[in-house]
Design a protein around this ligand. Structure first.
Ligand code: F0G
Length: 456
């Protein structure tokens, strides 16, 4: 029997939170906003007793057969203090995702190593599962009947799956025509009540906020600080997979700007507990058409942020008014990282390059590699440094984007005015692999194979 710590509680406990702006403490409720100033809340985590024994305990749990230990979130439960009782946990064995090496790209970029933490290998194909197991477990424990989110697709897919497992209703608001089909198909298949709203993501958030004030639904958008507690475990896993020898840089795509801050919270806590000595610089990469934090970062180091009307083919991060921008800015500053934007053409190229390594990811995730190339060119990432990218979603989430890229029909021309390195357009053309239509004739196939191998 493995040590269960203080996690087994008999009654739901109030979750201790603190406002990120005025530091007021209190219990999380409703909209997850500070009762005094209206800003976001974060979960207050205490340094666990005997922190030095945790690495061995967390690792040991991977050999256990219990559902709780097999989850890559709940095996770190000492870092998630008393959020839910063990009996309430809703898990799909999320987390425990692979950390892949990309040696060819590392050599090309002059890095000692380049790693990809592939969060798209979670049960519903995105990092959202690591947060959703915590939020939906809590919703069940509080006796809620419905969970709800506004989403660019992945949050809704994940929420719908966990709600179905828990026997809860799932209310989804997505921007009509602006999310990838794979994600919409997931929400429908998992039985969510799905509304396609005539607005962008930010408009869906506004409508949902009103619904939360008027109906007894439990909000699982990333303003819910419990989500971030689950998401931070990916950073703990990275630290564990590297035996504590963290990279120099960690790059994360930014949309609503919660995930980068969650990973940062995890790493800063490890440092606080004496388990990590040197942290990576955490940098957030946005799409150039949906880059409110990157703009603020350039002009004033982000004490303020102006919302904008977002545009991007990377629909997951097509967000103009990110809720968690202050949390992200704080983590970037604390780790001496940066925030930058990359063009659609760079995202498309980076995605094809990750695909060509046999990993694949969705467009938003590829923004990390595109951002790395820029930071390397600027010298922010130096020769011989070690870098990890967080790939947030699976290639098949947005198969349509991949197909259109290779068929040459992705509307990159709509973004032709975006600034990008001169070599990108030529490199893009060289990456296309359109399917070849041929007669049912082995000779014809072999002739074509010969031609292709002569060019290889
Ligand atoms: N990558 C993917 C694949 C995403 O789905 C998202 C966000 C992000 C990156 C950005 O993370 O918002 O924490 O900065 N997707 C949300 C959704 C908004 O509704 O699925 P973030």
């Amino acid at each position: 029997m493995l040590v269960q710590s203080n996690f087994l509680v008999s009654q739901p406990k109030a979750i201790a939170t603190r406002c990120i702006a005025c530091s007021a403490s209190g219990a999380a409720t409703g909209r997850f906003r500070c009762a005094s100033c209206g800003d976001l809340l974060e979960v207050v985590t205490q340094r666990p007793a005997q922190a030095a024994t945790l690495p061995a305990l967390w690792r040991e749990r991977r050999r256990s057969d219990t559902a709780l230990d097999r989850s890559g979130v709940w095996r770190f439960r000492e870092a998630l203090p008393g959020l839910v009782a063990a009996a309430s946990v809703v898990t799909l064995e999320e987390g425990n995702t692979p950390l892949y090496a990309l040696p060819r790209l590392a050599a090309k970029l002059g890095l000692e190593s380049l790693l990809a933490k592939h969060q798209g290998m979670n049960p519903t194909g995105s990092f959202k599962d690591t947060g959703m197991t915590v939020a939906v477990s809590r919703a069940r424990e509080e006796g809620c009947c419905w969970v709800a989110c506004a989403s660019t697709g992945n949050t809704s897919a994940s929420m719908a799956a966990y709600a179905a497992r828990a026997g809860l209703g799932a209310l989804v608001l997505v921007p009509e025509g602006q999310i990838a089909w794979g994600k919409l198909a997931q929400a429908l298949d998992y039985g969510a009540l799905t509304f396609q709203i005539h607005a962008d993501f930010d408009g869906c958030v506004r409508v949902l906020d009103e619904i939360v004030g008027r109906a007894p639904v439990y909000l699982v958008n990333s303003v819910n600080p419990l989500r971030l507690e689950g998401q931070k475990t990916a950073a703990l896993e990275l630290w564990e997979q590297l035996q504590g020898d963290l990279p120099d840089h960690l790059l994360v795509p930014g949309g609503n700007l919660a995930n980068g801050s969650a990973l940062g919270k995890g790493l800063l806590e490890l440092q606080d507990w004496g388990l990590a000595s040197r942290l990576p610089k955490i940098s957030v990469v946005q799409a150039a058409g949906a880059d409110p934090l990157a703009r603020a970062w350039r002009s004033d180091g982000a004490p303020t942020m102006a919302p904008l009307a977002p545009e991007s083919l990377a629909t997951a991060i097509r967000i103009g008014k990110p809720a968690s921008w202050k949390k992200a800015a704080a983590v970037i500053a604390a780790t001496r990282g940066t925030c930058l934007a990359v063009s659609e053409a760079e995202i498309a190229l980076a995605k094809a390059e990750i695909g060509a390594e046999g990993l694949g990811c969705e467009p938003a995730s590829a923004a990390t590699l595109a951002g790395l190339k820029r930071l390397r060119a600027q010298g922010f990432v130096k020769q011989g440094e070690r870098v990890a990218l967080v790939l947030t979603g699976h290639l098949l989430k947005d198969a349509d984007y991949a197909l259109r890229f290779h068929l040459g029909t992705l509307p990159l021309g709509d973004f032709a005015a975006q600034e990008r390195p001169p070599e990108v357009d030529g490199a893009l053309a060289a990456r296309r692999r359109a399917p070849i239509s041929l007669a049912a004739d082995a000779d014809a196939v072999l002739r074509r194979l010969e031609q292709e191998s002569a060019h290889a």
